[in-house]
Design a protein around this ligand. Structure first.
Ligand code: DC
Length: 227
């Protein structure tokens, strides 16, 4: 399939592996836009918490999602923001309660179907790096380039602790590691579109690889594809 703006690059992998950081850098190098699909789940979870919608009520959440005006305006860098009914959501999406609720609603079949439709529409023209858990397997099984980014839970917890400390915040490595292991189990163990590597995805283990090398590797894959 020929897309008008370029190809679709799908990056999947577990929580805290650096998909967003890497994805944004790749998008910047290629002049592509970057979309974090996790933010869409987070946005719906935020709205559900704000309106008191039932977090287990799949039909109610789909109705809520359909009632909203979703927009993905250009942000400051290559990343698209998420805007609901004209309100750009930023810090709200990073709240702990939103993070927890998003993981819960991401289990629901109707919610996932809604998200898939919206994500396909957002990326169909190409020229996009899209990051999530099921992009290469479910949203864009036809993506021209698929990457499955992995790292050991210990490496991910170590990096996250380092980031927090760099920001002058407290970091409890043990608690972070525990959180990551639980989130992995929830994302990989769910019935609907669990996190798995697409058969045709390139597997990149970044446990011992600096971010820049991961970015270089993906850009190299892109260039190989083009030549
Ligand atoms: O990547 P993130 O932490 O922002 O994602 C929030 C939640 O949404 C996470 O628990 C996994 C889920 N998610 C998903 O199931 N499928 C996606 N494509 C993206 C995120």
């Amino acid at each position: 399939m020929k897309r008008s703006n370029g190809i679709v690059i799908a990056i999947d992998g577990p929580a805290g592996v650096g998909k967003s950081t890497v994805g944004k850098l790749v998008a910047g190098r290629l002049g592509y836009s970057f979309i974090s699909t996790g933010k869409m789940y987070r946005a719906l979870a935020w709205k559900a918490l704000e309106t008191g919608a039932g977090l287990e009520d799949d039909d109610g959440l789909v109705k809520l999602a359909n009632s909203l005006r979703w927009e993905f305006p250009k942000g400051s860098g290559p990343e698209a923001d998420v805007s609901l009914d004209g309100r750009r959501l930023e810090l709200e999406l990073a709240e702990e309660r939103v993070s927890k609720a998003s993981s819960g609603i991401a289990r629901l079949a109707g919610v996932r179907l809604f998200m898939r439709g919206m994500q396909r529409a957002a990326g169909l023209a190409g020229g996009v790096v899209m990051e999530g858990r099921d992009i290469g397997t479910n949203v864009f099984p036809d993506a021209e380039l698929k990457v499955y980014l992995d790292a050991s839970p210990e490496a991910r917890a170590g990096r996250r602790s380092g980031q927090l400390r760099d920001q002058g915040l407290e970091a409890d490595y043990g608690r972070i590691l525990d959180f990551i292991i639980k989130r992995d189990a929830q994302d990989s163990g769910r019935k609907n579109n669990p996190l798995t590597k697409a058969e045709d995805a390139h597997y990149l283990d970044s446990t011992a690889l600096p971010r820049e090398k991961v970015v270089d590797a993906i850009v190299d894959l892109f260039r190989t594809l083009k030549s």
